[in-house]
Design a binder for this molecule. Structure first.
Ligand SMILES: Cc1cc2nc3c(=O)[nH]c(=O)nc-3n(C[C@H](O)[C@H](O)[C@H](O)COP(=O)(O)OP(=O)(O)OC[C@H]3O[C@@H](n4cnc5c(N)ncnc54)[C@H](O)[C@@H]3O)c2cc1C
Length: 305
């Protein structure tokens, strides 16, 4: 089968890949495609639906900073709402139907293939040939990997492509996340935009719905245990700040690559001509960081075009 051909191929439909593709599409008439291994877009901007409504179970919000202005401006006030609670006066924003709705809105005008897992690439005379686990192949001049860095490096390793070994030092924190439907407890919990978020306060659920992100130390020690063990140990932790907790249902979400412990100093890297690595591993451990990385790479590609 002849490989499909595009100018630019982006691996990963998280916020970095989606925003990079939107910028490149705006700034030139390049042909591009995003290949994403999951069933949906958004990566760690993730939302799940339960009986009482939608729970964001990855990123809860982004802060409005210089680098997020253009990203923020692409969504109207209807699509993007400001978080009602603030501990420091910094405005924080989320998608009205959950964080994934922002990713879906960006993806609307982009060409992408879901459930397409890239596993290796080969250097050719004019660029790259990219192969997927599904048996498809693509050729491109420019190839960008936006997966969490250890996953991007595994693809390079598998493809026998050399890279700066310092990149191996970018390790990620794990995160265990509990999604609690209709929690009730003896104390009124402080409403903070950090490790516990009531999805009802965001207007996403009809009843209280907590997303609780356990500490990275706890997540690291329990990550490989069975779901039952994780749930029982997590509940013990939660009961410390929510005595007498009862709930209708509880769900567990595990993120092996939640956030980089330390970012790579450059906003993107290029292990080989026409091959780039980007994402929060480079820009910093947040949606802002992933956007910062995408913006820097888009500028660079515009300059060298
Ligand atoms: C629990 C949690 C809470 C967080 N809270 C916040 C918050 O409140 N505010 C904030 O700003 N940030 C938060 N973050 C961090 C934020 O979500 C990330 O920094 C940001 O979303 C990273 O975007 P990205 O595009 O770089 O990577 P990702 O979102 O990880 O996107 C990478 C994509 O690549 C895909 N992929 C991987 N391998 C392959 C392959 N081989 N082939 C094809 N596709 C592949 C993945 O499926 C994924 O969709 C949180 C993260 C977690 C896990």
């Amino acid at each position: 089968m002849a490989p499909n051909q595009v100018d630019t191929l982006i691996v990963g439909a998280g916020v970095c890949g989606l925003w990079l593709a939107s910028l490149l599409q705006k700034q030139s008439d390049t042909t591009l495609i995003i290949l994403e291994k999951s069933r949906g877009v958004g990566g760690r901007m993730a939302t799940r639906r339960f009986d009482i409504g939608s729970f964001d179970h990855g990123a809860q919000f982004y802060t409005l900073k210089k680098e997020t202005q253009a990203f923020h401006a692409t969504f109207g006030d209807e699509e993007c709402l400001q978080l009602p609670m603030s501990v420091d006066g910094i405005p924080r924003y989320f998608g009205k139907g959950g964080m994934t709705t922002l990713a879906k809105a960006l993806a609307q005008n982009l060409k992408l293939h879901l459930q397409t897992h890239v596993d290796r690439m080969v250097r050719t005379a004019s660029g790259w040939e990219v192969h997927t686990q599904q048996g498809t192949a693509w050729t491109c001049r420019t190839l960008v990997l936006t997966c969490p860095l250890p996953q991007s490096l595994a693809i390079l390793h598998q493809s026998q492509i050399k890279y700066d070994l310092k990149l191996n030092q970018c390790a990620y924190n794990k995160a265990l996340v509990l999604l609690v439907e209709d929690p009730q407890c003896d104390h009124q919990l402080p409403s903070t935009p950090h490790s516990i978020m009531d999805q009802k306060a965001k207007g996403l659920t009809s009843e209280p719905g907590w997303t609780i992100t356990l500490s990275s130390a706890f997540s690291e020690s329990y990550f490989e245990k069975s779901d039952d063990e994780i749930l029982s140990a997590s509940l013990k932790e939660v009961l410390r700040f929510a005595p007498g907790l009862t709930y209708r249902k509880i769900h567990l979400k595990k993120w092996r690559y939640a956030e980089p412990k330390e970012s790579v100093p450059e906003l993107f890297s290029s292990p080989h001509e026409g091959l780039f690595l980007a994402g929060d591993s480079h820009g910093g451990p947040s949606i802002n960081g992933a956007i910062r990385s995408a913006e820097a790479l888009a500028n660079f590609l515009r300059i060298i075009a």
